[in-house]
Design a protein around this ligand. Structure first.
Ligand SMILES: [Zn+2]
Length: 104
């Protein structure tokens, strides 16, 4: 663990930085992300049915668009880029299927 203020190497148990007195805080960013992902997939499962389908479709569509845009930007200097049509189309179809069966 390192001091967020002066980058002094701190002991894991240290509450304050001995060098500058800055409060030592551990950063559980990765755990928070994992928890959020777990909560998302849980709520997706528990809601189930068509609402979950629409949300999943929306998620896949956005992911496909993001992949397309990112890979396009990376390929600007020349080279190939991937357009994730498959993911976008799959996501849109999933959303439509969810919306259609929701109405019936
Ligand atoms: Zn410090």
């Amino acid at each position: 663990m390192y001091c967020s203020n002066c980058n002094q190497d701190l002991e894991e148990v240290a509450k304050f930085c001995p060098d500058c007195g800055n409060k030592a805080e551990s950063k559980p960013e990765q755990e928070t992300t994992l928890e959020t992902t777990a909560t998302l997939s849980k709520s997706n499962e528990s809601s189930g049915g068509n609402g979950g389908k629409i949300i999943w479709g929306l998620f896949v569509t956005i992911a496909g668009i993001v992949i397309s845009v990112v890979s396009y930007n990376e390929a600007k200097d020349g080279g190939t880029y991937v357009v994730a049509y498959g993911a976008v189309i799959y996501g849109i179809i999933t959303m439509i299927m969810g919306a259609v069966s929701d109405n019936s």
